[in-house]
Write a protein that binds this ligand. Structure first.
Ligand SMILES: NC(=O)c1ccc[n+]([C@@H]2O[C@H](COP(=O)([O-])OP(=O)(O)OC[C@H]3O[C@@H](n4cnc5c(N)ncnc54)[C@H](O)[C@@H]3O)[C@@H](O)[C@H]2O)c1
Length: 258
């Protein structure tokens, strides 16, 4: 997608990866950027508004665990912008001791946000199509025992995004893309020992505190590269500064009654 002149909605835009990705996206002469997030970061918002006076930039409060707030935010964005071309579901949460909240934010939040955004974007319902990018994780493509609840939630995001890219939404004109960052230097992954359900000693090869972390800046630049080139259904690994399309093995083809 060529970002120039586009209307973008970024969920979690004031987070570590979100802020840096919005910095990058804004360099592409957007028409508008709507930030949906739990809390407003007034300083960042004002900086963006001053630096990019030709882009309409605004904040809409959303607690992603509340479906009614997601519906309201998209309704307001639609009223203010007329349409949106790109939605990035970039909110997230990591504390495996809070199982319900992890699933509510990481999985249910993404599902609800996608389905509500689709109501506005679906060409077969009068929308203009576009792209929905869901931020999963390397933990959403490989079992990641140190963060097993998070890993389960992110596997759900990967699967759901790839499902939406299948034939049932083909007439929507919306493409669905999965982004899987590796460990990235934000506060999300600080003090991993306090975010795990395990009480025993963590073997060194599973110790997330010892895993290489890429810079947020590089991850953000690669997210923008994905947006610019991704095809419907594609999934992308963004790890230690590199960007690679993921090829999934086919594990099952449904046997059919003849
Ligand atoms: N940092 C990493 O190593 C890493 C690796 C892979 C994937 N990711 C994913 O990237 C995305 C961004 O992560 P990050 O590292 O920038 O984390 P972060 O904690 O810096 O940002 C998380 C964002 O989610 C928002 N959020 C949290 N709870 C919310 C709620 N209830 N309602 C609305 N918004 C809420 C926060 O306000 C924040 O803007 C997440 O989906 C995360 O799972 C991060």
């Amino acid at each position: 997608m060529n970002l120039a002149g586009k209307n973008v909605v970024y969920l979690g835009g004031f987070g570590g990866i979100g802020e840096k990705t919005c910095n990058e996206i804004l360099e592409h002469r957007l028409q508008a950027l709507a930030i949906f997030d739990l809390t407003l970061n007034e300083k960042i918002l004002t900086q963006w508004q001053l630096k990019y006076p030709n882009t309409k930039i605004f904040y809409q409060k959303v607690d992603i665990t509340e479906k009614s707030q997601i519906e309201e935010a998209y309704k307001v964005a639609k009223e203010r912008l007329g349409h949106f071309d790109l939605v990035i579901n970039g909110m997230g949460f990591l504390d495996d001791r809070r199982i319900v909240l992890t699933l509510q934010i990481n999985l249910l939040g993404v599902i609800n946000s996608c389905l509500i955004a689709l109501e506005h974007m679906d060409k077969s319902k009068g929308g203009r199509g576009g792209m929905i990018v869901n931020i999963s994780s390397v933990a959403g493509i490989e079992p990641t025992p140190i963060m097993s609840v998070y890993s389960a939630s992110k596997h759900g995001v990967t699967a759901f995004t790839r499902c939406l890219a299948g034939p049932f939404f083909a007439s929507s004109g919306v493409s669905f893309v999965t982004v899987c960052p590796g460990m990235t230097a934000t506060t999300l992954i600080n003090n991993m020992e306090d975010r795990t359900i395990y009480k025993f000693d963590i073997p060194p090869e599973l110790d997330a505190n010892k895993m290489k972390r890429q810079s947020v800046q590089v991850c953000a630049k690669n997210i923008v590269k994905v947006v610019q080139q991704a095809k419907n259904g594609s999934a992308w690994l963004l790890d230690v500064g590199e960007l690679k399309e993921i090829e999934f093995p086919v594990m099952w083809i449904p046997p059919m009654d003849s």
